[in-house]
Structure formats: C-alpha cells, structure tokens
Design a protein around this ligand. Structure first.
Ligand code: NI
Length: 189
C-alpha cells in the first residue's frame, strides 16, 4: 500500500465521523494565529495521573477531529507530548529525533491547526526516535514513511513550528489562498 493510500484509508476518511463530536474536538484545537502554537513546549517531569489524562484527552480529540496525529500545544498545553494513530494510538513523551536519513521525501501535509490547507513538505524519509512512554520508560525505535512524517510534524509543534514554515513561499501563498476559499485539506496531523 502506498503512503497516500494509507493516509486516506485511515480514520481520516472513515464513514463513522460523528459531527457533534467532531465540532467539539475542533473547538478545542488552537489554530494559526494563536500564540501558544509558537511557544517552545516544556519537558514533562512527572509521569503521573495528569499525564495519562492528557494523553487520553489528546487521543480522543485526534480521533474525533479527525486527524492522524496531535501535539499538546495544539490544545493549549505547552508540554512535550505527542500522539499519533496509524494502526493504534501511540503517545510519546519528551520525544527526540536521534538520527535521520539523508534521503528525503516530499508529501502534502495538512494540519488541524492550519485548517483547510495542505502544503508540500520535504522531510527525512527515515528517523530514529527516542522518547518516554506514559510510565516514564525509555523507548527508542526506527520509523519510516508516514510514521516518520507524523512524528516529525508533531515534534515541530513542540518547537513552535507550523507546516507554513516548512514549505516553499509559493506553497505557503497557495495554502493561504486556500484558507480563504475553504478548500478541503488532505491528511491532517
Ligand atoms: Ni499539525
């Protein structure tokens, strides 16, 4: 299955979107122009109940929105926590990229915080990620294709970076025109 097929066969375009839940989720997501999206998120130090609650809430909002990934700053929490779901929900706490491939790939990315826009973003095709799980245990693994992409996209959110800064001036201008016309976006992270 190609990356694009995988992107469009996920929950994203599933027929089970509940409009009320979707609206409630979208209301919780901060969008471009909100200063919280430009902040550097702080590392998590306590692996406690509040962290588990945050993860659960983020996964619910991501599923309802729907998107394939979400970072805590997108719901106004400036902590280094990301979630994504390609086959099953994953929570990464204090994620870091330890290495990345020289080879890059270009794919259209949407973002729940940049509604109605999808822009071409070039990123390393493969990465090695290190993070903690909800219990504070260290994780380290290799990711490629869409998984590598969603992790890099969410990690950008932790550093205050949006897809608009990861694309060409032309793509950015096109996306902003699309914002005004309310064109449908592709896969949203
Ligand atoms: Ni995003």
């Amino acid at each position: 299955m190609s990356e694009d097929e995988r992107a469009t066969t996920g929950r994203q375009h599933g027929g089970d979107i509940d409009p009320e839940r979707q609206l409630a989720a979208l209301r919780e997501i901060r969008t471009v122009g909100d200063p919280v999206l430009r902040e550097q998120a702080k590392p998590v130090v306590a692996f406690d109940r509040a962290l588990k609650d945050l993860s659960r809430r983020m996964i619910r909002i991501m599923h309802d929105a729907p998107g394939i990934g979400l970072a805590a700053p997108q719901i106004g929490v400036t902590r280094r926590v990301i979630v994504y779901d390609l086959e099953r929900p994953v929570t990464l706490v204090n994620p870091e990229i330890c290495s990345e491939s020289a080879e890059t790939e270009v794919m259209d990315e949407g973002c729940l915080s940049v509604p109605e826009a999808a822009v071409a973003v070039e990123r390393p095709a493969r990465i090695r990620v290190r993070a903690r799980d909800l219990r504070g245990h260290e994780l380290e693994y290799d990711a490629e294709d869409l998984e590598a992409r969603v992790i890099q996209h969410e990690l950008d959110h932790l550093n205050g970076i949006l897809i608009l800064e990861r694309t060409s001036r032309e793509e950015r201008a096109r996306a902003l025109r699309g914002l005004r016309r309310h064109e449908p976006a592709g896969t949203a992270f």
